[in-house]
Ligand binder design. Structure first.
Ligand SMILES: Nc1ncnc2c1ncn2[C@@H]1O[C@H](COP(=O)(O)OP(=O)(O)OP(=O)(O)O)[C@@H](O)[C@H]1O
Length: 461
């Protein structure tokens, strides 16, 4: 059961999910009186069906049948990460509410809910979500104007890469950047944008791998009010926001097959057509796409359209993995260490010779991002300004053990075994956490939590 109330309070829509009809009605009445639109859900399953990015706030009771409040919260975090969730709990369940906050709930309200308090919480949640969203959008748009530095050039592989980039920069055509995770594809995309003819215009990112499939089209092309459940206002897409500048399609290999014809049509005529039949608008954007996947194999396997691949692959760039350009490691280390010290307002760190050698020899399955993480950690733990091998925190024996050759399990702690399983799977998945999580049979959030707990520094950002 769901119903919309009267429009007001900036047309903000609040989802109220509670199986207790009396409480639910009461909450709805308070919110409607304050001018909010309200959508009701009588259990967790109904609530998850209504969780969309167009909600302003979700109020979710922790104890609900079918799908628990905690699972609704998790669903919200996966599908609409910017949506603030307020959990409702009995006073006696405050511990659960606090646990929900640890999982990402914005705040909690206890039953019986005080109307004044409720409205304050909802207003705070909205304000905070708006700030986060604006911040992120700003970062994504103006991020293109923060100078992108590409360090390297001591290896033949990176010299060839730099020559390619230099040639591509002034040509205002579509670029396809391929390479393992963490090799610098996004950095190169920004660099090309900044130094090319559109450098003063926006650089707008759409991460096709991070967005749930049902949201990608709306993010790209926008939607009109009423286009789908929860689309309560017109919203422009990122292709619109990029007008005049560059649209960066990250993880293009993850674009679902059913959306590929739409992107192809857009690449052909640059016309943005919002979902729900809004006004068609021509935009002027340069497209740069990137992927860590082998698109040719995906085409051969029927998972990526060949015509789209050809449209994207106008100016191809392949970024070599760091292990194929070890000569670049010292340069990168100096650059990263300078950046870390600058950020912390400290004097530069010095890499001792042994540590430098170790870093050059490492295979870097997570590439430059892994190198950054290792150095961040090493500088945090170094007792003086000098970084030694021990500061690198390589669980060397574990990390370098090839998959399946980790030795006998008996005599080792579960934590060690878990750590090894994660590290090896990440290596195998070339740093791709989504893929590693899938292989390990856990969800993506769990792999992040486990990595944090076990101190594995393999962040993809
Ligand atoms: N050549 C380089 N010079 C300086 N910094 C670099 C270079 N390559 C990568 N980096 C740094 O490494 C990190 C990862 O780079 P980036 O995000 O561009 O990689 P990516 O290939 O886009 O990764 P993913 O596939 O995971 O999105 C960034 O912090 C970036 O600044």
């Amino acid at each position: 059961m769901s119903q919309a109330g009267r429009v007001g309070n900036g047309e903000a829509v609040v989802l109220v999910a509670d199986d207790d009809a009396v409480t639910r009605r009461l909450l709805c009445r308070h919110l409607e009186a304050a001018g909010y639109q309200v959508i009701e859900a009588a259990d967790g399953a109904e609530a998850t069906a209504h969780l969309t990015t167009d909600l302003a706030v979700a109020l979710i009771d922790l104890q609900m049948p079918r799908v628990s409040g905690l699972d609704c919260l998790r669903h919200a975090q996966r599908h609409c990460p910017d949506l603030p969730v307020l959990v409702i709990s009995q006073f006696s369940e405050v511990r659960d509410a606090v646990a929900a906050m640890k999982e990402g709930a914005f705040d909690y309200v206890t039953k019986p809910v005080d109307p004044e308090e409720l409205l304050v919480h909802v207003a705070q949640a909205r304000r905070s979500a708006r700030l986060t969203q604006e911040n992120r959008q700003l970062k994504e748009v103006v991020g293109g104007s923060m100078p992108a530095e590409i360090i390297g050039g001591d290896s033949a592989a990176s010299r060839t890469l730099f020559e390619q980039i230099e040639k591509i920069v002034p040509i205002d055509a579509t670029v396809l950047i391929t390479g393992e995770s963490g090799t610098g594809k996004t950095t190169i995309a920004r660099f090309i944008h900044q130094h090319g003819p559109r450098g003063s215009q926006p650089f707008v990112v759409v991460n096709c791998g991070a967005l749930p499939r049902e949201l990608i089209e709306a993010e790209l092309f926008g939607h009109v009010r009423g286009a789908f459940t929860g689309a309560v206002a017109d919203r422009p897409g990122r292709a619109d926001m990029a007008d005049g500048g560059t649209l960066f399609l990250d993880e293009i290999g993850d674009l679902p097959l059913e959306l590929q014809p739409k992107l192809l049509a857009f690449l052909q005529d640059r016309i943005v057509e919002p979902i729900g039949g809004g006004k068609r608008r021509k935009v002027d954007v340069r497209v740069i796409a990137a992927t860590h996947q082998d698109l040719e194999s995906k085409v051969a396997a029927g998972a990526f359209r060949q015509d789209l691949y050809f449209r994207l692959n106008v100016l191809p760039i392949t970024v070599p993995p760091l292990r194929e350009r070890p000569e670049d490691v010292p340069l990168l280390c100096d650059h990263i260490l300078r950046r870390i010290a600058g950020k912390r307002g400290q004097d530069p760190f010095v890499l001792r010779e042994g540590a430098r050698e170790k870093l050059v020899q490492h295979r870097w399955p997570g590439n430059v991002r892994e190198l950054e993480n290792v150095l961040e950690r090493a500088t945090a733990f170094a007792t003086d300004r000098e970084i030694d091998v021990d500061d690198l925190g390589f669980a060397a024996d574990v990390v370098s053990a090839p998959p399946g050759e980790g030795g006998r399990l008996a005599g080792r702690t579960l934590e060690e075994i878990e750590r090894q399983a994660i590290v090896e799977t990440l290596e195998w998945a070339e740093g791709n956490k989504k893929q590693a999580a899938r292989t390990l049979g856990i969800d993506e959030k769990s792999i992040y939590n486990k990595m944090k707990r076990l101190g594995i520094s393999w962040n993809r950002g």
